[in-house]
Design a protein around this ligand. Structure first.
Ligand SMILES: Cc1cc2nc3c(=O)[nH]c(=O)nc-3n(C[C@H](O)[C@H](O)[C@H](O)COP(=O)(O)O)c2cc1C
Length: 314
C-alpha cells in the first residue's frame, strides 16, 4: 500500500506520499505536531523566511470571504538566523523531509539565503518569487521571464540543493516565466501562489484588509491552479508541486492527473486542522479502489507524455 502513495519527485527526493504543507499555512510544522499532522506528510514546507526579520503588514491581515480567504500577512517571519537556530531543528525532528521556503527583494538576498541553508539539513528550497503582499518585493521575478531566469541562475550558482520555484498566477505569461525558471536551473516548480483579490466594507468605505489588495486562496482558486499546472506541465519536464484550493483526496487526484507530482495543502488547514490525515486516508482508499498509484496518476491526462528540461518552451 505504501508504494501506491510514494512519489518520485527527483532522483534524490522520493516522498512517502504526495501531501505537503503549503508555505505560510503550517508554520515550521511544529504547530501540527500536537495533532500528529506533521509526521504524516510527504514533506513539510516552511513559511517564507527572509534574510532579516519582518514584522509583516498592518492589520487586518485576514478576511474570510463568502468563498475563499484573503490574506495580507506580508511575510512576517523572524529572519534566517532565528529560523536556523529555533525553527528548523524542530521541523527536522518531525520526520518528513523539510523544504525551506525563502523570500527576498533582490537576487543577492535569495542567493545569500540559499548559501546559508546549504548544509542546514533542508531537503530542498522552495523559492517564493510570488508573494503578492510585499511592496517592492519579489513579484516582478514571477511576472517577467528575464528577471525570473536571472534570479534562478544566481540561486543555482549559490546552492546545489534542489530548487522548487514558486510562481504567481497573476500574470498572462505564467508558461513563459515557468520556462525561464527551468532554463535558469530550477529542478521543479510550485504552482500557484495566491491570486490578487479584495474585499470591501461598503458602509465604512474601506477595504477589509489593511493593505487593500490581498492574496486570495481556498477552494474557489482550484480551477485556476489546475489550469496553470496543466499548461505548464505541457511545456516543461520538471516536477510540479500543485497548490490551490485542495481540500479533498479527489482534489489531490485531479492535480496529479493534470500534471502535478505532489500537492500542497494550504487554506484547508484553517478550516480543519486534521485536513492532512483525512485527505491521506481517503487517498489511500481511492488508489486501492482504482488499483493505481500516485506515480501512475501523475500527468496521465491525454496521451502526449513529455520528458526533459524545457521541452515545449520557446
Ligand atoms: C495565511 C496564508 C499565508 C501564506 N503565506 C505564504 C508564505 O509565507 N509563502 C508562500 O510562498 N506562500 C504563502 N501562502 C500561499 C500558500 O502557500 C498557497 O500557495 C496558496 O494559499 C494557495 O493554496 P490554498 O488555496 O490551498 O491555500 C500563504 C497563504 C495563506 C492563506
Amino acid at each position: 500500500m505504501k508504494d501506491r502513495l510514494r512519489t518520485h519527485l527527483l532522483p534524490g527526493l522520493v516522498l512517502e506520499n504526495p501531501l505537503l504543507s503549503a508555505s505560510g499555512c503550517f508554520g515550521a510544522g511544529l504547530e501540527g505536531a500536537s495533532t500528529g499532522e506533521s509526521g504524516i506528510l510527504g514533506a513539510i514546507v516552511t513559511k517564507t523566511v527572509t534574510l532579516r526579520p519582518r514584522a509583516g503588514n498592518p492589520p487586518p491581515r485576514i478576511f474570510e470571504t463568502s468563498g475563499g480567504l484573503l490574506n495580507s500577512i506580508g511575510l512576517a517571519n523572524p529572519g534566517i538566523e532565528s529560523f536556523l537556530e529555533r525553527d528548523l531543528p524542530g521541523a527536522l525532528a518531525l520526520g518528513p523531509p523539510v523544504i525551506v521556503n525563502i523570500g527576498g527583494e533582490t537576487s543577492g538576498e535569495y542567493a545569500a539565503l540559499a548559501e546559508r541553508l546549504q548544509d542546514s539539513g533542508a531537503a530542498a528550497l522552495e523559492v517564493n518569487l510570488s508573494c503578492p503582499n510585499v511592496q517592492g518585493g519579489s513579484l516582478p521575478f514571477s511576472t517577467d521571464p528575464d528577471a525570473c531566469r536571472r534570479v534562478v541562475s544566481e540561486l543555482r550558482r549559490a546552492t546545489d540543493l534542489p530548487l522548487f520555484v514558486k510562481l504567481s498566477p497573476n500574470t498572462h505569461a505564467v508558461v513563459e516565466v515557468a520556462c525561464a525558471a527551468v532554463e535558469g536551473g530550477a529542478d521543479g516548480l510550485t504552482l500557484i501562489n495566491t491570486l490578487l483579490g479584495m474585499a470591501v466594507d461598503w458602509r465604512r468605505r474601506r477595504p477589509r484588509i489593511g493593505m487593500g489588495v490581498a492574496g486570495y486562496s481556498g477552494p474557489p482558486v482550484k480551477p485556476v491552479a489546475l489550469r496553470i499546472v496543466h499548461q505548464v506541465r505541457r511545456a516543461v519536464g520538471v516536477p510540479i508541486l500543485g497548490v490551490g484550493g485542495i481540500q479533498s483526496a479527489e482534489d489531490v487526484c485531479e492535480f496529479l492527473v493534470a500534471g502535478a507530482s505532489a500537492v500542497q495543502i494550504g487554506t484547508a488547514w484553517f478550516t480543519d486542522p486534521r485536513a492532512g490525515s483525512w485527505i491521506l486516508s481517503r487517498l489511500e482508499r481511492l488508489l486501492a479502489e482504482e488499483d493505481t498509484s500516485v506515480d501512475d496518476l501523475v500527468d496521465s491526462m491525454g496521451k502526449e507524455r513529455r520528458s526533459g528540461r524545457g521541452h515545449g518552451c520557446a
